[in-house]
Design a protein around this ligand. Structure first.
Ligand code: NAD
Length: 550
């Protein structure tokens, strides 16, 4: 018999077909002879017992026969639904190959076609028609959630409003929490709050999975979110709630409203900030420049841009600049041009970066005028780092810092090849979605992803491990420093500003340790500090190798 030991959840004792149909317990053909006898599995499985390694090879062979990434996404989802440990073993052991399939860029395509490829539900869907009953809805989740990733689907990657189809993002992110940081899968709860969509194509799509209504706004929207937050904390005490892919007008408000009340963070704002700052630290190890001497020009002035700028300002202040002087080193260009004080109707999140300067309408002129040392693309406008832009950056900088962070790949401001070619191989480049190594002038450049997936898994693990009550900006600063410290000299020699992805569990364990340390040291932890914080964190990491049941 298999006992599932879970806090707060009745033990389940499963045998036979029910055991094979429970993805959290199923091992498929890897059940041993002894287990088959003890668990009434005789005859329900083909006779040969495979090892998990053999099963992994079989999965990989099948995946590699498929040419379409979306087909691979569907196949991986099906595996997740039937055998959780095998799914995560495939991910953990092949993260370079798998991350682009379960996360950006493929997850973007999957969200666009979510209704069409839908096979079985995962996570909790809360509709605006569930108002007044959200706690009951959450109680239908059979596990004790420790971390929720929640979206309302309004700004999915750089793809805009995808309504309930946005569920692909919380599901994908939580898969990375498990694969990249070893957060226990049963603690992970993806949630989509379906308040409708203003995407007319989806509203007319017969396969669309969400409510056929336009988006709820104003007080009705806020009340629904408030009820969800209250219910989630009641049903899952101590749960971490990560806001994901909310549109600007809600993302900043929600973060301000809840950050000191509950254990929450917004990865698009805070996680992105940490990964970008870590990349800048790495770039400065190559140039030898000081952070306080950099001038950053952002293309985009939304969640990612202002999040990154905010953390860069804090880092510059920590290095001796005044806050005002640090802000003068962060310039933003949005769809209307340079963000300057004279502009009317500027959204509130842009105010701190509105400069005393004459308006400039376009990005290239802004570069020529301001002479930045770094350009950070977070605009979701594909191809906007043109040849002229990159050539100009190379003209004014010996080693220009060029981050094209928008996702998915179609939205990247430039690709890796363009970044290196148009700067004569001098760009210090990072990208939001993965790009292959580039050969240029006899040298091989290995660009790595400036993606918050380096940060959020470790943050989640650290918060869970220390039972932190709040997640502070200092924790994201600690995460940025930790990530940067894990970049080796040989990484830098090949132009990589981040560690290799196969090291991600080691990286996440160290980020989690930094987060937990910050929680213990600031009195925010829910338990006393263990003697060896790293060992304590590592002891809580999920291992997808099969356990013996008898
Ligand atoms: P957002 O909607 O908050 O911001 C987008 C910004 O781009 C807005 O300020 C908008 O005015 C600006 N913009 C739009 N058109 C423009 C144009 N033609 N020229 C200049 N600016 C323009 O979105 P966000 O959360 O900041 O995300 C932006 C992009 O960054 C998305 O593609 C997202 O996927 C990506 N992103 C990447 C990471 C990562 O880890 N690499 C993290 C977060 C976001």
């Amino acid at each position: 018999m298999v006992n599932q030991k879970k806090d707060g959840v009745a033990q389940r004792i499963l045998t036979g077909l029910a055991l094979l149909q429970d993805p959290a317990l199923n091992k498929g053909t890897a059940f041993t002879e002894k287990e088959r006898d003890a668990l009434d599995l005789r005859g329900l499985l083909p006779p040969h017992v495979h090892t998990q390694e053999e099963q992994v090879t079989r999965v990989l062979n099948n995946l590699r026969r498929l040419s379409d990434p979306l087909d691979k996404f569907v196949a991986l989802n099906a595996l997740h639904d039937r055998n959780e440990a095998l799914f995560f073993r495939v991910l953990c052991d092949n993260i370079d190959e798998m991350q682009p399939l379960v996360y950006t860029p493929t997850v973007g395509l999957a969200c666009q076609k979510f209704g069409l490829i839908f096979q079985s539900p995962r996570g909790i869907f809360i509709g605006s028609n569930d108002k007044g009953h959200i706690a009951e809805v959450l109680c239908n989740w059979p596990y004790q959630a420790g971390i929720i990733v929640v979206t309302d689907g309004e700004r999915i990657l750089g793809l805009g409003d995808l309504g309930a189809n946005g569920m692909g993002i919380p599901v994908g992110k939580l898969s990375l929490y498990v694969a990249c940081a070893g957060v226990n899968p049963q603690l992970c709860l993806p949630v989509t709050i379906d308040v409708g969509t203003n995407n007319e194509t989806l509203l007319k799509d017969p396969f669309y999975i969400g409510l056929r209504q336009h988006r709820l706004t104003g007080a009705a929207y806020d009340e629904l979110i408030e009820e969800f937050i209250t219910a989630a904390r009641k049903v899952f005490p101590g749960v971490v709630i990560q806001f994901e892919d909310f549109a600007n007008h809600n993302a900043f408000r929600m973060l301000q409203k809840y950050r000191d009340r509950i254990c929450t963070f917004n990865d698009d704002i805070q996680g992105t900030a940490a990964v970008a700052l870590a990349g800048i630290f790495s770039a400065l190890r190559i140039t030898g420049g000081k952070l306080t001497e950099q001038k950053l020009l952002f293309l985009g002035a939304g969640e990612a841009a202002t999040g990154i700028a905010g953390l860069v300002v804090s880092a510059m202040v920590a290095n001796g600049l005044t806050e005002a002087a640090a802000r003068q080193r962060c310039w933003l260009v949005d769809s209307q041009g340079l963000v300057v004080k004279s502009r009317t109707g500027l959204a509130e999140h842009k105010w701190p970066y509105a400069q005393d300067h004459a308006p400039i309408g376009d990005f290239l002129t802004a570069i020529k005028t301001l002479k930045p040392t770094a350009i950070i693309g977070v605009s979701a406008v594909g191809g906007s780092f043109t040849k002229e832009v990159l050539e100009e950056m190379a003209r004014i900088n010996q080693r220009p810092i060029v981050f094209a962070l928008s996702n998915p790949t179609s939205r990247a401001e430039c690709d890796a090849e363009q970044a290196y070619r148009w700067t004569s191989g001098r760009a210090l480049f990072a990208c939001g979605s993965p790009f292959d190594p580039v050969q240029f002038n006899g040298k091989t450049f290995v660009p790595r992803q400036g993606n918050n997936s380096y940060i959020f898994p470790g943050v989640g693990l650290g918060v869970i491990a220390s039972r932190a009550r709040h997640i502070t900006d200092d924790m994201f600063m600690a995460a940025a420093h930790t990530l940067a410290h894990m970049v080796t000299e040989s990484d830098l020699e090949q132009g990589s500003l981040y560690p290799a992805l196969p090291r991600i569990r080691e990286v996440s364990a160290h980020i989690a340790t930094a987060i937990a340390d910050a929680a213990y040291d600031s009195g925010l932890a829910g338990k006393s500090k263990p003697q060896d914080v790293l060992a304590d964190v590592q002891s809580q990491m999920y291992d997808p190798h099969y356990k013996s049941y008898v």
